[in-house]
Design a binder for this molecule. Structure first.
Ligand code: SF4
Length: 335
């Protein structure tokens, strides 16, 4: 196995094995080989999306200590960052969504913690949908769901969901991997398009674990895959592992691109950065309100990026920002 052969294989549209992905992930992030991998991933992403990058924007309906206790999440009860629940009003939810639409987000994500009442989520969702342009793409980011709820989500006006099997799911999280995988199947069966990611990556994850997760995301043909690093929540158990650099994240984003079939047109990274954009990320995230990676109640006052700042980052990488509804989801709808 050598880098020249693998880059040629990528140019020829070949599929990569687990061993090949592990090999691509094993180069030092600052090495020449890693930069060549990032260049190839950038080439593929720009070709697949016509050099039009997307910005998806998310807000949360609530902020609450969550009993699922995912060790990396600021909402986890065990982390003690937030001790009481706050919920936004339906008027605020509509205002957040409308503002994202005005700002030019290509898709709008509505997030809740795992135990937010489903009936409230639906009531808010229908009201948000009613106030948005019919062509605006709405995506749900909610807990695991059975097939019936998945169909109801679809009927409430959502084109898709964000759902991920997280790294070390069931060990670092209080959720069973089987439940996450089943939910992804349920969403797809209900006609919802799934976007996903290899996340949240920390320095302790091996190249083998990353390769397995890249292949898992490829296996269900999502609207987008990608890679996001774990953001340390100060004072938590997980913080002792530290964080990977943006450069290492860019390398993983690039290898993820190479590991996806060409039918997957989106490649995201989080948090947004020019290194990610250079390495083939064509999807960044804007956020307002509660954010599981932030200790601020309003992430726009903390870590959260705006639609405008994401556009600026993309511009710095030579990407244009897509105007209009997400093509990643449209491609899936028409395929
Ligand atoms: S990641 Fe989601 S399910 Fe896990 S603790 Fe945070 S809010 Fe709860």
């Amino acid at each position: 196995m050598n880098i020249n052969d693998l880059l040629k294989k990528s140019k020829d549209g070949g599929n990569f094995s687990r061993d090949e992905l592990v090999y691509l992930l094993s180069f030092p992030p600052e090495s020449e080989a890693s930069f060549r991998i990032m260049a190839e991933a950038g080439r593929i992403s720009r070709e697949l999306s016509g050099n039009q990058a997307e910005i998806h924007a998310q807000f949360a309906l609530n902020l609450a200590p969550c009993a699922c206790n995912c060790a990396f999440c600021s909402f986890a009860k065990v982390n003690g960052v937030f001790t009481t629940e706050t919920r936004i009003t339906i008027e605020d939810a509509v205002a957040y969504a409308r503002q994202f639409e005005i700002d030019g987000a290509n898709a709008i994500y509505v997030m809740t913690t795992a135990f937010y009442p489903f009936s409230d989520f639906l009531e808010f969702s229908r009201e948000i949908r009613r106030h948005l342009n019919p062509g605006t793409v709405m995506i749900a980011n909610v807990g695991d769901q059975g097939i019936e709820n998945a169909q109801i989500i679809r009927d409430a006006g959502y084109a898709g969901v964000y759902h991920a099997l997280r790294l070390r799911e069931g060990r670092d999280t209080g959720l069973a991997p089987e439940g996450r995988i089943k939910s992804i199947k349920n969403f797809q069966e209900a006609g919802l398009i799934v976007g996903t990611c290899v996340e949240p990556v920390g320095p302790e994850h091996t190249n083998e674990e990353l390769a397995d997760m890249i292949l898992f995301t490829a296996s269900f043909n999502p609207a987008f895959s990608g890679a996001a690093r774990r953001i340390s929540i100060p004072g938590t158990e997980m913080a002792k592992f530290g964080m990977i650099t943006e450069l290492r994240m860019a390398q993983i984003v690039a290898v993820t691109r190479l590991g996806m079939p060409r039918s997957v047109t989106g490649n995201c990274t989080h948090e947004p950065c020019t290194l990610g954009g250079l390495a083939g990320a064509n999807l960044f995230w804007a956020e307002v309100g509660a954010n599981p990676r932030d200790t601020q109640e309003k992430t726009e006052e903390g870590r959260g990026e705006s639609v405008e700042s994401c556009k600026r980052l993309f511009r710095e990488c030579g990407w244009a920002a897509l105007s209009g509804p997400s093509q990643f989801f449209k491609v899936k709808l028409s395929s």
